[in-house]
Design a binder for this molecule. Structure first.
Ligand SMILES: Cc1ncc(COP(=O)(O)O)c(C=O)c1O
Length: 400
């Protein structure tokens, strides 16, 4: 760590538990040498740390940056709205405009409502499903945020044990485990909430189709947690990508290019359950993020955002594989075009992790902000991918 980073990091650890607000933004053990603890600015697909060192970024702020940092039309819309105010004493007309803009892409959604975080939106979906069905149990699959009901899959003192009685977690793509939960609790299951595609895994449509069938059979609602897949997998998210329609879905990360807003939507009959339960929060109608969201939807409507992202991702993945083969490096780049991942082939899980860290330490050092899912945004250009491939080749040469 450079002296400047070290000074700030020490201070951060004194003042702020973890030194940061987000688990994934903590320094990765084994990468402390070159992973910068702080980023002070970003533009397009580039970002700069406290020492003004530049990185090509493949983390995209953990998913929200879909067009690129400081994307001109989005930031212009935010600045314009700032002149009119960020939060009012009654609803803003932007709430209606943002709903319309989102629903142009989410063609199956009949009503939509805003929140602030991904976890909020997921919690709203499960609350409405429980209210609509009058049932308590839910099946979960994947990470849906830190709220009590979703925080049972890792040691989490502070979450009441009784929550466990009604929440059943199954791993991604484990059809048998899901069937067992439905057989045991089917009549009591309000919903299955699933992350429709787990990054760094092979895609699996059969899993989603089977869950749709199980929900239909037992009268449970199917909820897609599209917090990370929405507007990234495709304009219409996993629903469009897999051609399976859920009853509710939660959206957040890519919908406003980094501005803090989330949404939950679904069929009118299910959303109307809001007449019977109360979900309310002060900041959900905050206008700057809604203005950003409208501007993002406008770009997606008028430009081939996803074609570009997919082309850049393919170039990155194919380039990685050519280097790995040429150098005899035991790894393979896999996964979907918009977010390839590197699978290390040799040794135990621990030695694969060690190899991953050795590679990442070198990539950070060379100005590539590597990520386990190499997220591409609309601002990545061929030159950025080519430079990244050069740095990857150098890093592997050093390791070998
Ligand atoms: C699939 C998924 N759902 C929910 C969440 C929680 O979102 P947030 O951190 O905005 O609460 C995340 C965050 O990474 C996520 O990836």
């Amino acid at each position: 760590m450079t002296p400047k980073h070290e000074r700030h990091y020490k201070r951060a650890m004194e003042l702020i538990p973890w030194g940061t607000q987000t688990n994934a933004k903590r320094l990765t053990a084994g990468c402390e040498e070159t992973m910068p603890p702080f980023i002070k600015r970003a533009k397009g697909c580039h970002m700069w740390d406290l020492d003004d060192k530049e990185y090509i970024d493949y983390r995209c702020s953990l998913g929200p940056i879909i067009l690129g940092y400081c994307y001109p039309s989005v930031d212009a819309a935010v600045k314009k709205q700032m002149e009119n105010g960020s939060l009012f004493s009654m609803a803003s007309p932007l709430e209606v405009e943002a709903a319309e803009a989102l629903m142009e892409n989410l063609t199956w959604v009949e009503q939509i409502r805003f929140m602030k975080t991904g976890a909020d939106a997921c919690t709203c979906c499960t609350r409405l499903a429980r209210t609509f069905t009058g049932r308590d149990h839910i099946l979960t699959s994947g990470y849906h945020g830190f709220h009590d009901v979703f925080a049972l899959e890792w040691p989490n003192p502070g979450v009441p044990n009784c929550v466990r009685d009604t929440v059943h977690h199954v791993p991604y793509n484990d059809i048998e485990a899901a069937e067992k939960i439905f057989e045991t609790y089917g009549e009591q299951l309000a919903a299955a909430i699933i992350v429709p595609y787990e990054w760094q895994k092979e895609t699996c449509g059969e899993w989603i189709h089977r869950l749709r069938q199980l929900c239909d059979h037992y009268g449970s609602l199917l909820i897609f947690d599209e917090v990370l897949t929405g507007f990234r997998l495709a304009k219409g998210g996993a629903q469009e990508y897999y051609g399976v329609t859920p009853d509710f879905a939660a959206y957040a990360k890519a919908m406003a290019n980094g501005y803090p807003v989330s949404a939950y939507g679904g069929k009118r009959q299910y959303m109307q359950t809001l007449e019977n339960t109360i979900i309310t929060t002060t900041y959900a109608g905050e206008t700057l993020s809604l203005a950003a969201c409208i501007a993002v939807m406008e770009v997606m409507k008028n430009e081939s955002v996803h074609d570009h992202i997919n082309a850049m991702g393919r170039k990155l993945r194919d380039g990685f594989n050519a280097i790995f083969q040429q150098k005899g490096f035991p790894a393979e780049a896999r996964g979907l075009d918009m977010a390839p991942f590197i699978h290390h082939m040799d040794g135990s899980d621990d030695s694969q992790k060690e190899m991953r860290n050795r590679l990442f330490v070198r990539l950070y050092d060379k100005g590539v902000f590597a990520n386990d899912s190499w997220f591409i945004n609309y601002s990545h250009q061929s030159e950025d991918i080519e430079l990244t491939l050069e740095k990857m080749e150098q890093s592997i040469r050093e390791i070998k």
